[in-house]
Design a protein around this ligand. Structure first.
Ligand code: SF4
Ligand code: SF4
Length: 204
């Protein structure tokens, strides 16, 4: 008798417990099968940044706006004869961007770097899965030039400056030479004038 009582008690307890589970069989699920199914992101979500280097003019406005200094940019002026083209909104490019690193580990996703960009080439993407085991791997390098090309641009500009300085020095030297050649003639004229000035005095 006790055996059957306990059996019915156990069965009743299971059915009470399963009532909640059975009810959810007919309620739409609120969970998703992540990562095979991705959640729909809000319209203004802030995730990983991206920089379209084809449109970047190296103006540094994004780096200046960043409150945590996680954007590092280096640029090199183009030399005469180099045509860097234009951005998609028609701005002429004059600087090679040889460094454009964003340390996403420091980024607080404030989006302040996005608004001042004159070419709208830095923006938030919908990428939010980019965990790394090493912090260094969270420094994103957006420059499209190869390491050799970056060195080459720097070298070209340095050589251009040296050449320009040499040309300036040469021009200054020539000017000094010309001035030196004119000096004796000027001196002769000055002597003549002095002679004229002296004559009346001698007569007195
Ligand atoms: S989102 Fe904010 S913290 Fe991140 S790089 Fe842009 S300005 Fe800096
Ligand atoms: S503000 Fe825009 S154009 Fe200027 S350096 Fe930053 S990403 Fe490039």
């Amino acid at each position: 008798m006790t055996y059957f009582l306990k059996f019915w008690q156990g069965l009743g307890t299971i059915l009470i417990g399963m009532k909640v589970t059975f009810r959810h069989l007919f309620i739409p699920a609120v969970t998703i099968q992540y990562p095979s199914v991705k959640p729909e992101l809000p319209e203004r979500e802030r995730n990983r940044l991206y920089v379209n280097m084809d449109d970047c003019i190296g103006c540094l406005q994004c780096a200046r706006a960043c409150p945590v200094d996680c954007i590092e940019i280096e640029t090199v002026k183009s030399i005469p004869g180099e045509d860097l083209g234009k951005t998609s909104n028609g701005k002429k490019k004059a600087l090679w961007v040889t460094k454009f690193d964003i340390d996403i580990a420091k980024c607080c996703y404030c989006q302040l770097c996005v608004f001042p960009c004159p070419t709208e080439c830095i923006y938030m993407t919908d990428v939010y899965e980019f965990s790394e085991y090493e912090r260094e791997n969270l420094i994103f390098d957006f420059v499209t030039l190869t390491p050799d090309e970056r060195q080459e641009k720097k070298k070209n500009y340095e050589e251009f400056l040296i050449k320009k300085e040499a040309e300036k020095a040469e021009a200054a030297r020539k000017k000094a030479e010309e001035a030196a050649q004119k000096k004796p003639e000027n001196n002769k004229e000055e002597d003549k004038l002095n002679d004229k000035d002296d004559k009346p005095k001698e007569q007195e």
